[in-house]
Design a binder for this molecule. Structure first.
Ligand code: HEM
Ligand code: HEM
Length: 124
């Protein structure tokens, strides 16, 4: 599994989705989903591209369990968080469901970031 390439490629897909949503919001002049757009671009594209470049510059950091934990936590947590945010802000998910789903996805994203930080402290 080439973590650097996966981050870069998946990040580019988030960028396409994020930009399309931005263009849609601009066209409709409806900015309700601006936070969804912002986090698709930032959590999806910007952070993943940063991780992809970092793992390319420091490839020894990609060969351990921390990098794998970070990768899967960010992928699953990020995707659930963004879909959840979209459903919540577009009125398709009741707040009671969001109150259960969102903290779980946020914790996963947090676990990914913590694994990234520990990996950096140990191996960067
Ligand atoms: C063609 C590309 C893009 C279009 C058409 C677009 C469009 C928009 C629109 C219409 C808004 C809402 C503005 C408002 O609420 O008044 C917005 C907000 C935002 N966009 Fe984009 N965007 C694009 C690309 C990006 C990219 C690449 C990023 C980040 C990497 C980004 C980050 C943000 C952020 C963080 C906000 C929220 C700003 C705030 O709430 O103050 N956008 N964008
Ligand atoms: C688990 C991860 C995250 C959670 C739970 C989270 C949560 C939030 C919340 C609740 C807001 C306020 C939205 C509003 O005013 O309606 C916000 C805004 C914002 N966050 Fe995050 N965030 C996360 C990750 C990030 C990351 C990684 C970045 C940047 C790389 C980021 C950048 C921003 C920006 C620029 C705004 C202002 C944009 C706007 O108001 O639409 N966030 N975030």
């Amino acid at each position: 599994m080439n973590i650097s390439r996966l981050y870069l490629v998946i990040g580019s897909l988030y960028l396409i989705v994020g930009i399309v949503l931005g263009m849609y919001m601009g066209g409709k002049q409806d900015f309700t989903l601006a936070p969804v757009h912002a986090h698709i671009n930032l959590l999806g594209f910007t952070l993943m591209t940063l991780f992809g470049i970092a793992y390319r510059v420091m490839p020894h950091m990609a060969d351990n369990m921390l990098a794998k934990v970070q990768f899967w936590a960010h992928q699953i947590g990020g995707l659930v968080l963004l879909i959840g945010l979209f459903l919540l802000m577009s009125g398709r998910m009741p707040e009671s469901t969001a109150a259960m789903v969102m903290p779980l996805s946020e914790m996963l994203v947090f676990v990914g970031m913590a694994a990234w930080a520990v990996n950096l402290f140990r191996n960067a």
